[in-house]
Ligand binder design. Structure first.
Ligand code: NAD
Ligand code: KPL
Length: 304
């Protein structure tokens, strides 16, 4: 039995998946919920339900508000990138010096914002290819097997073994920024196009010239941002991901389909902000960003 407790903020898809697997391995877990109303709903539901393979398990994990007073030594921040900074700010008074904080957000930009508010903690970024979705409130389905890469530039922590024992495929990497940049570049090439064309990932195989232009600009950006290993060879990797996920709708396409806010600011928006900072002209990416923002605006969705 672990002597520490993971607090999990965000009882959404990935947060619930991590929380249930940790609990199943005997690691103490508490959920952090955003309001008394959500807490009551959670209690009435009798906990989280996780569906994986052919089984559904009920996990009546303890839950508390962000404003509770229990100090936090291990925190899994499992909200969307656009909610991460506010969540970190709200939890900052509870986070102990030297606390371990895992940042599950896709893209880049939110991790830096969180670190500013949790300077007392060790913030570790995670790049995840796991898949989960919410069937209903408090009911999560594991959608496929994936991998998590974790790192902060330092040594691997001892609790990594507990993640693995819980069946959370976790690999410590020396250069997590390179992983995050590589994934961001792949997402920038694929996700906006799937939204604008209204298609599954596989249909992008018919848009080779567009992908080649976008990848060439993304490679330039990666070089200017000090990430040359993340740039090599991008187009081939994008084509591989398109083939491997041909039947899927990208996460951004799914967000738009559900009329939910996208993580655009932490993907293509972050890429454009970095290009601007480096005075780099990337016309195809800039046009894609403008078209995507126009598309979101027309649907009444946030453009950031
Ligand atoms: P989600 O929307 O399913 O869950 C996020 C949860 O955080 C929601 O329940 C929301 O209410 C909660 N939340 C937000 N702010 C909060 C606050 N202040 N207090 C308490 N709760 C708060 O999102 P998700 O799909 O789990 O994604 C989380 C991150 O992981 C995203 O950046 C996403 O891109 C990334 N990711 C997701 C998947 C996946 O399969 N779902 C895969 C890879 C990466
Ligand atoms: O990560 C993805 C996403 O949809 O966000 C890809 C790799 C593009 C798969 O759909």
């Amino acid at each position: 039995m672990s002597t520490y407790r993971w607090h999990v903020l965000g009882a959404g898809s990935l947060g619930s998946l991590w929380a249930c697997r940790l609990a199943a391995a005997g690691v103490p877990v508490s959920l952090l919920l955003r309001s008394s109303q959500r807490l009551l709903q959670y209690q009435q539901a009798g906990g989280l339900a996780l569906q994986r393979a052919c089984t559904t398990e009920q996990w009546p994990l303890p839950a508390e508000l962000l404003s509770a007073e229990v100090p936090i030594s291990h925190l899994l921040l499992a909200c969307k990138a656009y909610d991460a900074e506010a969540a970190a700010l709200a939890l900052a008074p509870r986070v102990l010096p030297g606390a371990q904080v895992l940042l599950l957000q896709n893209g880049l930009g939110s991790q830096q914002a969180v670190r500013q508010h949790l300077a007392q903690a060790r913030c570790i970024a995670v790049s995840s290819t796991e898949g989960a979705f919410r069937q209903a409130d408090w009911q999560v389905v594991q959608a496929g097997v994936g991998q998590n890469w974790l790192g902060d530039g330092g040594e691997a922590p001892a609790w990594l073994a507990d993640l693995r024992a819980a069946g959370i495929a976790s690999q410590w990497v020396a250069n997590i920024d390179s992983r995050l940049w590589r994934k961001l570049a792949i997402n920038c090439a694929i996700n906006p196009l799937t939204v604008l064309l209204g298609c599954r990932n596989g249909e992008l195989a018919q848009h080779h010239a567009t992908l080649a232009t976008l990848c060439a600009e993304l490679e330039q950006l990666l070089h200017h941002c000090g990430q040359p290993p993340a740039a090599e060879p991008l187009l081939a990797e994008v084509q591989r991901v398109i083939q491997a996920t041909a039947a899927n709708y990208s996460s951004m396409h799914q967000d738009v389909q559900r009329r939910q806010r996208t993580e655009i600011s932490f993907l293509l928006g972050h890429a454009m902000a970095q290009a601007h900072r480096h005075r780099l002209r990337l016309p195809a990416l800039a046009a894609l960003h403008t078209r995507l923002q126009g598309h979101l605006r027309a649907l009444g969705l946030p453009v950031n």
